[in-house]
Design a protein around this ligand. Structure first.
Ligand code: CTP
Length: 227
């Protein structure tokens, strides 16, 4: 494998789920394990990059040589990612909640006698990836992830364009041997220049290395162009 050096570059990676608190004992979360983002952070540090890893609530060990910033909610992740900029590369591997409770309640919500339903009002969170891509000091390469159950290519290309990304790594979730909790995965990476790269099925550690090769190639290409 071609090991492109990333020495001297700053890379910000987000990883894991976010937890959106409903009350002191309940939250809305998701099944992201954080393994893919942690693997990208580890591999980038091994190649000499200065890596900031903004991690949602996961119990994975911090990769060697990586600066880890722990967060819980989408709002906290947004703040931590923005504070970690400027950077040469942003890899948004976190599964960020798209909606969060409008108000976290300070005391535990109690059910009332005869109550047979509960309505929660959720509001949209800010899109970290889109905000990074729109940032005044935009990283030269902005990479998103798309976990989809259907129409993987159409949805992934839609996100690539709408969020003004350089690369998007798409994977089909809900199949065994791929997706959230697994150590393995298969990714299809769509680039803004129209190229398509099938990675894996392989261990997430290997996919991380292959993804970094694509990122290194884009860094060498200069400004992004649309196909
Ligand atoms: N993302 C983000 N901030 C958000 C939501 C998502 O940065 N508030 C990033 C994720 O890190 C990932 C990509 O956006 O890189 C996922 O794209 P998105 O369109 O949000 O996918 P889904 O959350 O699956 O949304 P949808 O229901 O539209 O498929």
């Amino acid at each position: 494998m071609n090991i492109a050096s990333l020495a001297g570059l700053r890379i910000v990676v987000s990883a894991g789920p976010t937890f959106e608190d409903i009350d002191p004992v309940r939250f809305i979360g998701n099944r992201s394990s954080g393994k893919m983002g942690f693997a990208v952070a580890a591999a980038a540090a091994q190649r000499g990059a200065r890596v900031a890893l903004v991690a949602g609530p996961v119990s994975l060990p911090t990769p060697a040589g990586v600066e880890r910033i722990n967060v819980r909610s989408a709002a906290q992740m947004h703040g931590a990612v923005m504070a970690a900029l400027p950077a040469d590369v942003y890899v948004g591997a976190a599964a960020v909640a798209d909606f969060a409770p409008a108000h976290a309640v300070a005391s535990k919500i109690k059910k009332q006698a005869g109550q047979d339903s509960l309505t929660l009002t959720l509001v949209r969170t800010r899109d970290i990836l889109a905000d990074v891509a729109d940032h005044a000091q935009r990283p030269r390469v902005v990479v998103g992830f798309a976990a989809e159950t259907d129409h993987v290519e159409a949805y992934a290309r839609g996100k690539l364009e709408k969020k003004r990304l350089d690369l998007i790594a798409a994977n089909r979730v809900g199949e065994s041997g791929s997706g959230f909790e697994s150590d393995d995965n298969a990714l299809t990476v769509y680039a803004v220049d129209g190229s398509v790269h099938a990675l894996g099925p392989a261990a997430k550690t290997q996919l991380a290395d292959e993804l970094l090769d694509l990122i290194a190639a884009r860094l060498n290409q200069g400004p992004a162009t649309t196909a």
